[in-house]
Design a protein around this ligand. Structure first.
Ligand code: B12
Ligand code: SF4
Length: 479
């Protein structure tokens, strides 16, 4: 019998009926579950992972799969967008096998654990913040039928239905001490787990976070899982990980998903040095703040295989950046993007629309901004007040508003700023995206890339066929 099955629940990627987006969207697995699985394996427990969206499983499929295997514990990772589906999964499991313990953790639980436990009574135990040590202690306690009330960092329900939150666990893990994420547990890894189309030159790909934590206080961002103190893997451990991924799985491109990959310039330069000296061939991408890089470091990153940097540009308006407490200026963003382009690294701009204070003037500024900087990709999200972000508290206090959770995927306007209507926002959203992606130099860039790496063409074709069929079916249904 399996000790624990980990589940990344299915969630709405865009909106109902847009399933075809799976052919071109990011299919990377939950690194959190890979880390937890590695830890519990090291402790001697047996485990497996269900990546619902990637394996094409809906709520019922996941329930069936779990009931067949009858694990002692199910561990579900929760982003806000997946909570309702996770609850349906937990209810389904409880109906057939009430003895299975349902554990939940992840960003949503770190930010709104108690409210979520109170609202959804099928979850037995919530693990707050960094999960490895807490989960390990919990599994031993459950196995030995010991009391769990002395385990730090959890919320549980007693027999009378009362909730108890234990002392917080100090976030303390030395990252180098963690076992390697358990990629070996993923069905069909790495083939089934590509990144978003055009976000990598050639696969197979993997993701990894070389640090945890972020000291900045951008108001739209939920940093509740790992907190403000930044901890790093050492450069030699990161290099070892890259070699392991290449040797074991044939990975040729790695995406670093750290919040602040370039926070310590010294550390990044040492990693680049290791890659260059060992003549190690792997392309990689990362995210960076626009105030964290300079031409010298970019030059070294390029030499070490850096292929793309994603910058949280957010807006082309300094007033909006100030509203967001981003602590950067548009002028810094322009420099960063230009320097990156000059270093021969692709630039992806992450922007958002509809933050409190947004108005026609700030939207115009954003349009002008993206027109005049050498971005190769632009990702525009619809501002979403995620639980755990300071702006959520400002807008809604502690009210949980779970009627909106299924739509909290950055693709829906959940909130409308004072001086602009929802219609205008949706119209401008399309205008900005189309204005960017219809530019001849951008189209030419993607054409060249597709010819060089035909895998992208196959994905595009699958997407096109699938959306054509979806539209045809919709038409047939409506007539
Ligand atoms: C990589 C990433 C992605 C990837 C991979 C997602 C994935 N499934 O892991 C992609 C691009 C697919 C993605 C998509 C989205 N993302 Co994202 N993503 C991240 C990012 C940058 C890193 C995540 C990561 O790998 N962390 C490292 C691992 C080790 O940490 P972890 O997963 O949190 O797991 C630890 C703990 O949470 C805990 N834990 C987690 N699960 C469980 C389960 C149990 C049982 C237990 C005991 C413990 C536990 O233990 C783990 C180990 O310590 C984070 C920002 C961040 N710093 O975390 C945002 C972040 C998680 N994403 C976010 C959002 C909003 C999204 C989207 C909804 C929309 C969007 N912006 O794209 C979608 C939804 C995707 C989905 N439901 O899977 C928000 C979540 C906010 C919220 N409250 O929902 C974050 C926090 C960004 C932010 N700062 O606002 N994302
Ligand atoms: S947006 Fe980036 S820099 Fe700002 S708090 Fe979030 S992770 Fe940190």
């Amino acid at each position: 019998m399996m000790d624990i099955i980990f589940v990344n629940p299915p969630y709405e990627q865009i909106a109902k009926g847009f399933d075809c987006v799976k052919h071109i969207s990011n299919r990377s697995p939950s690194l959190g579950l890979l880390h937890l699985a590695a830890q519990v394996k090291k402790d001697g427990f047996t485990c497996s992972i269900i990546e619902s969206a990637i394996e094409g499983l809906n709520v019922e499929d996941v329930i069936d799969k779990i009931i067949q295997q009858k694990p002692t514990v199910v561990g579900i990772t929760l982003f806000t967008v997946g909570v309702h589906n996770a609850n349906l999964i937990a209810q389904g499991i409880k109906k057939f096998s009430p003895e299975i313990k349902i554990l939940v953790g992840g960003p949503h639980i770190s930010s709104m654990g108690l409210e979520t436990m109170q609202r959804f009574d099928s979850f037995d135990i919530a693990v707050l913040h960094e999960g490895e040590i807490t989960l390990s202690k919990l599994l031993f306690a459950l196995k030995n039928q010991e009391s769990i009330d002395i385990i730090e960092g959890i919320i549980y329900k007693d027999e009378k239905g009362n909730f108890h939150q234990t002392q917080p666990r100090k976030i303390q893990i030395e990252l180098d001490d963690l076992p390697l994420p358990a990629w070996e547990l993923l069905p069909n890894f790495p083939q089934q787990y590509p990144l978003t189309i055009f976000d990598f030159p050639k696969g197979p790909v993997a993701t990894f976070s070389a640090s945890r934590g972020c000291p900045f206080k951008c108001e739209f961002c939920d940093t509740s899982t790992f907190g403000a103190k930044i901890r790093y893997y050492s450069p030699s451990k990161v290099f070892e990980m890259m070699q392991h991924l290449q040797k074991t799985y044939g990975i040729v491109h790695l995406q670093f998903v750290d919040d602040l990959f370039v926070a310590s310039k010294k550390r990044i330069l040492t990693l680049c040095q290791l890659i260059i000296e060992n003549n190690f061939k792997m392309t990689w991408s990362c995210t960076a703040r626009v105030d964290s890089i300079n031409p010298e470091i970019l030059h070294q990153m390029k030499k070490a295989g850096c292929w793309e940097i994603s910058y949280g540009l957010e807006s082309g308006s300094n007033a909006m950046l100030k509203n967001m407490k981003k602590a950067t200026k548009v002028e810094q963003a322009i420099n960063a993007v230009n320097w990156t382009h000059e270093a021969g690294i692709r630039c992806k701009g992450l922007l958002m629309l509809g933050y409190p204070g947004e108005n026609e003037e700030s939207i115009e500024q954003t349009k002008e901004f993206v027109k005049h900087i050498p971005l190769t990709t632009m990702n525009l999200s619809k501002f979403t007040p995620y639980p755990g972000s300071p702006i959520y508290i400002k807008l809604y206090g502690t009210s949980i508003r779970d009627e909106d959770w299924d739509r909290m995927n950055g693709m829906n306007f959940i909130y409308t700023p004072e001086n602009i209507s929802m219609e205008t926002l949706n119209f401008e959203y399309r205008q900005i995206l189309e204005g960017f992606y219809r530019r001849p130099q951008i189209l030419l860039h993607y054409l060249k890339m597709s010819l060089k790496h035909p895998n992208h063409i196959f994905r595009l074709l699958k997407f096109a066929c699938c959306s054509f069929m979806a539209k045809r079916n919709q038409k047939a249904l409506s007539t």
